[in-house]
Write a protein that binds this ligand. Structure first.
Ligand SMILES: Cc1cn([C@H]2C[C@H](O)[C@@H](COP(=O)(O)OP(=O)(O)O[C@H]3O[C@@H](C)C(=O)[C@@H](O)[C@H]3O)O2)c(=O)[nH]c1=O
Length: 160
């Protein structure tokens, strides 16, 4: 399969800078607020992951789940998004975002948008996610809502 995506902005992907409130003790950043988020996107769980320098997670996509990522550091990430939703106004668009320590960002990724991120810094990188669906459902009794596109043969979803 050849690269069929064009550069652009993906419909319904939200990228918002996060403010770090800095004082003599360090900093504090709000990650989400129920008064700023659509009810349907309200997180039902949260997790944090560490990714080593030069390493990527994804590409993945979800059928029903919206991801709510926060990149606040340590380290910086290159985030790759591909709109594979045939009914989307931005179907076929690829978007890249740089986020993390030097650009704290909140990123909402809707279902059907294939996504991956790579740690492009020199230290272990932390990513926070607060999705609107439970991983593996109530009591972890359901299939995981995740389509993985990590095989090298998936040339549409290359991480450069
Ligand atoms: C995502 C998740 C994983 N796990 C477990 C399963 C496994 O043992 C371990 C690592 O999980 P994964 O291999 O699925 O982790 P990872 O490959 O980092 O999966 C994540 O990738 C990024 C790009 C996303 O988009 C996320 O939505 C999620 O798909 O953590 C949970 O217990 N709860 C969770 O919410």
């Amino acid at each position: 399969m050849s690269e069929q995506y064009r550069k652009g902005k993906i419909h319904d992907v939200v990228v918002r800078p996060l403010s770090k409130f800095l004082d003599e003790r360090g900093w504090l950043a709000e990650l989400f607020r129920s008064d700023e988020l659509d009810a349907g996107l309200m997180p039902v769980m949260a997790y944090v992951s560490m990714t080593q320098p030069g390493v990527a997670r994804g590409p993945h996509e979800h059928v029903d789940q919206t991801d709510y990522f926060c990149f606040i550091g340590p380290s910086n990430f290159k985030v790759y998004l591909w709109d594979s939703r045939t009914d989307s106004p931005s179907f076929g668009v690829r978007q890249v975002i740089y986020a993390g320590l030097d650009a704290p960002v909140m990123l909402i990724v809707p279902p059907g948008v294939v996504h991956a991120y790579k740690n492009i810094g020199n230290e272990n990188g932390i990513v926070f996610n607060a999705p609107n669906r439970l991983y593996a459902g109530e009591g972890k009794r359901s299939p995981v809502d995740e389509i993985r596109h990590e095989e090298a043969s998936e040339a549409n979803y290359l991480l450069d």
